[in-house]
Design a binder for this molecule. Structure first.
Ligand SMILES: [Fe+2]
Length: 376
C-alpha cells in the first residue's frame, strides 16, 4: 500500500462515523482516492450532490442497453462487439447460439466470461465443464477453448489485457469468507471431453494484439489425457457468493471484490439484507471515486438504487463527477420498503479512462444523466 499524506481534520457539522448518524437533513458525499482505500473526506451537503438540472460536454453518466445489440457473426468470440476498452481491459458482449465451429485462444490476456443468459458446455485444454447463467469463468491467457450451447448464450467478456486474474486478499474475514476457494470448479477429463476428441480437422482462432491468426490441425488439439498443476480455467457462480455485510454500516463496493487484475477490479453485487441500525444509511452513499472509471452490468433482479435500468443494461460512470442513488432510492435511504436487495450485478472499476466503442454508442440510453432529476 502506498503512503499518503494523512491529516484528519474536522470542519463544521459532521458525523464522527462515516455512513451513519448524518447531521439532520444532510446528504453525505465521500470524496476518495485509490478506490475506497486511499485518503477520503466525508462531506455533509444540504442538497443531493446529484441534483443537477443539465449536462453539457462529453463527460456524463452513461447507460447502454446491450439487449438491443443485434448479433452479427456470433459464432466467434472475436466477432463479439466491443463495448468499453482501455490499455488494460477490453469488454465485449457476445450473443452465441448453436456453438463455436472453431477453437479460440486469447494471446492478449486472461479472459473472464460472465454468463448472463443461457447454458452450454465449455471444452478447453483442461477438459469439459458445464456453464450456465450466473457463472464466472476465468480462462487463463493462451487456453484453447470452445463452447457448445445447450440454449442461446449471452456472455460478457472481460479481457485482462497483459495481466492475470487473481483473488482479493480476504484480510480480517479470512480465506473462507465471501466464497470458499474450494467452491472454484475446474474442468474434468470426462466422457464428454473424450467424446469430442478425434481426427477431423480443427481450426484455432488466436487473438494476439487484437489481430486474429488461424492455425489448422488435422486432429482436435483438445486431446489431453490428464493434467496436474495450479493453473486452469475456473468457474464460480454468483449464487455461491456470500456477501459481506454489516447490520450497522453500509460497506463500500470494494467489500464485494471478486477478482482483481492489473489496473481494474471486478466486484459482484448479490442479494443482501439492508442495514438495520436506525442511523446507518441503507443505499450507496454519494461519492466521487476519483481515481476510477466505474462500470456496472445489470444481470438479474430489481436494481434498487437505479431507475430506468433493466437486466442486460450497463451503466458507465467515468471519473470526474459525483454519483449516487436515484431519487426514488434516496427516499428510502433510512427507511427502505423491503428487507433487502434482490439484485445481481457485475461491477468493473478501471484505473484508466475507458473508451466507448461504436457498438455501445449505438445502444446508449441518452436520457440517463437526466434520470436523477426529481422534476422534468
Ligand atoms: Fe460508484
Amino acid at each position: 500500500m502506498r503512503k499518503f499524506i494523512s491529516f484528519p481534520k474536522v470542519e463544521g457539522d459532521t458525523s464522527r462515523q462515516a455512513h451513519a448518524d448524518l447531521p439532520a437533513g444532510t446528504y453525505e458525499r465521500e470524496l476518495g482516492k485509490e478506490g475506497f482505500f486511499g485518503p477520503a473526506t466525508h462531506m455533509y451537503h444540504r442538497h443531493p450532490p446529484t441534483g443537477w438540472t443539465s449536462w453539457e460536454g462529453p463527460l456524463r453518466p452513461r447507460a447502454f442497453d446491450l439487449v438491443k445489440l443485434t448479433a452479427g457473426d456470433d459464432r466467434s468470440p472475436w466477432s463479439a462487439p466491443e463495448i468499453l476498452a482501455n490499455a488494460a481491459m477490453r469488454l465485449r458482449y457476445w450473443n452465441l447460439s448453436g456453438g463455436m465451429p472453431d477453437l479460440a485462444r486469447n494471446g492478449d490476456g486472461d479472459e473472464l466470461l460472465f454468463i448472463h443468459a443461457g447454458q452450454g458446455d465449455l471444452y478447453s485444454d483442461y477438459g469439459h465443464m458445464a456453464i450456465a447463467a450466473g457463472d464466472y469463468v476465468v480462462l487463463p491467457r493462451g487456453t484453447m477453448w470452445r463452447i457448445d450451447c445447450a440454449a442461446p448464450m449471452t456472455i460478457l467478456m472481460i479481457e485482462a489485457t497483459g495481466s492475470s486474474y487473481r483473488l482479493p486478499d480476504r484480510g480480517l474475514v479470512g480465506a473462507h469468507a465471501i466464497f470458499d476457494p474450494a467452491m472454484l470448479d475446474v474442468p474434468a477429463i470426462d466422457d464428454a471431453f473424450r467424446a469430442q476428441q478425434g481426427d477431423r480437422q480443427w481450426k484455432v482462432r488466436i487473438k494476439r494484439r487484437g489481430v486474429i491468426s488461424t492455425v489448422t490441425y488435422p486432429f482436435n488439439p483438445l486431446d489431453a489425457v490428464g493434467w496436474t498443476g495450479d493453473l486452469a480455467p475456473m468457474r464460480l457462480n454468483v449464487r455461491d457468493i456470500r456477501p459481506l455485510m454489516s447490520h450497522r454500516f453500509h460497506l463500500p463496493p470494494s467489500a464485494h471484490t471478486t477478482f482483481l487484475a492489473d489496473r481494474f477490479v471486478v466486484c459482484t453485487f448479490t442479494p443482501r439484507p439492508f442495514e438495520t441500525d436506525p442511523g446507518a444509511i441503507k443505499v450507496p452513499f454519494f461519492h466521487n471515486n476519483d481515481d476510477y472509471d466505474e462500470v456496472i452490468f445489470y444481470h438479474a433482479g430489481d436494481f434498487f438504487s437505479r431507475d430506468n435500468i433493466h437486466p442486460g443494461m450497463m451503466s458507465f460512470h467515468p471519473c470526474g463527477f459525483t454519483h449516487g442513488p436515484h431519487p426514488k432510492a434516496l427516499q428510502s435511504m433510512l427507511t427502505p420498503k423491503k428487507p433487502g436487495t434482490d439484485e445481481y450485478a457485475v461491477m468493473i472499476d478501471a484505473r484508466d479512462a475507458l473508451d466507448i466503442a461504436p457498438a455501445a454508442s449505438a445502444v446508449e440510453f441518452t436520457g440517463y444523466a437526466d434520470s436523477w432529476k426529481t422534476s422534468p
